[in-house]
Ligand binder design. Structure first.
Ligand code: GLA
Length: 357
């Protein structure tokens, strides 16, 4: 009897804490409630790296609408590294004048006119990973600038941060965004080095759990001083992290490579895997040139629905044998999603007794 009472008591307490988390709260370290389900959108890096300009971004916004991705839930158009020019004499960051001659406010207005939201990228260090000006020492000024451009989402990277404390650095940019007054989703990109799942929820809406993804299903790409990782390698690195994610605070296994050249069944598996672990669904391909298969995968309503389920509970591995994995994800209303994942390169047979699970 005592024990039952104790459990009930715990439920009441935790219910109260979660209830508060969903409200916009000026005392919170982040804008609460902006990512109650995993963010969905597009980011330029996986396909275009530093080759970004305003035409690409406008055409991508057009394609997001024309291909049905917006209506399937993809809302953010995020420019990654290399949009930057220099700081002006007062320290205000400017976009690259050749690549973004119309300026960021005009681009944001265009994106907003399409019913989409606008994301941008910076870095906690002196320079971004691509060698552009970072936000170190300019956090509050940059946050003011982003607010004046109507930015909705900030991916904040971790290159050139020697000697900085990660939690502190992300709290600084979080405070700066709050101070600037425009609600912004904060995407923490410090590759999982300092266990961001432990401190990330209070300051950001999602945090990268690993180094960069590479466009292959099962490989490691050696860049000399660092590696990037195939879909399966990233997948295996998510082990033990599901307890840290939930509404408004997500594990981020990196942007997707769907449509960038893997086999169609690998792309399909990749999309299902990201959906099962409630990962942000950020497309990383060229939306202007997609095969029908790519569009079908990215707009699969049922798979998106399980990713966007309002409980926000990451799936878990129920069984693993040879190269087969069986995953479950609890859904709102007592339903379950089930995934059978064949990790190998050849077809496999599996028997599954639905009755006794
Ligand atoms: C890091 C990030 C990537 C991308 C690049 C840009 O590697 O992890 O996602 O933003 O920087 O230079």
């Amino acid at each position: 009897m005592k024990r039952i009472f104790f459990i009930l008591g715990m439920l009441v307490l935790s219910g109260a804490a979660y209830g508060q988390g969903n409200r916009l709260n000026k005392d919170s370290l982040k804008y609460d409630g902006l990512a109650l389900t995993p963010p969905m959108g597009w980011n330029s890096w996986n396909k275009f790296a530093c080759d970004v300009d305003e035409n690409l971004i406008r055409e991508t916004a057009d394609a997001m609408v024309a291909t049905g991705l917006r209506d399937a839930g993809y809302i953010y158009i995020n420019i990654d590294d290399c949009w930057h020019g220099q700081r002006d004499s007062l320290g205000f960051i400017q976009p690259d004048p050749t690549r973004f001659p119309s300026g960021m406010k005009a681009l944001a207005d265009y994106i907003h006119s399409k019913g989409l939201k606008f994301g941008i990228y910076s870095d906690a260090g002196w320079e971004t990973c691509g060698g552009r000006p970072g936000s170190r020492g300019y956090e509050f000024q940059d946050a003011q600038t982003y607010a004046s451009w109507n930015v909705d989402y900030l991916k904040y990277d971790w290159c050139n941060t020697e000697g900085l404390n990660a939690e502190g650095a992300y709290m600084t940019i979080g405070a700066a965004l709050k101070d600037a007054g425009r609600p912004v989703v904060l995407s923490i990109c410090e590759w999982g080095s300092d266990e961001p799942w432990k401190w990330g929820p209070k300051v950001g809406h999602l945090w990268r759990t690993t180094g960069d993804i590479y466009n292959c299903f099962d490989c490691v790409e050696d860049h000399g001083t660092w590696n990037s990782w195939g879909v399966l390698q990233i997948w295996d690195k998510q082990e033990g992290l599901r307890q840290y994610a939930g509404p408004d605070h997500w594990n981020d296994p990196d942007m997707m490579e769907v449509g960038n050249g893997m086999a169609v069944n690998e792309d399909r598996a990749h999309f299902s895997m990201w959906s099962m672990i409630a990962a942000p669904l950020i497309a990383g391909n060229d939306l202007r040139n997609m095969s029908k298969e790519t569009i079908d995968i990215l707009t699969n309503k049922e798979v998106i629905a399980l990713n966007q389920d309002k409980l926000g509970i990451q799936g878990f591995k129920h069984q693993s044998q040879n190269d087969m994995e069986i995953w479950f994800k609890p859904l709102d209303g007592g339903e379950w999603a089930v995934m059978f994942l064949n990790r190998s390169q050849s077809p496999q047979k599996i028997e599954f007794n639905w009755a006794v699970q």
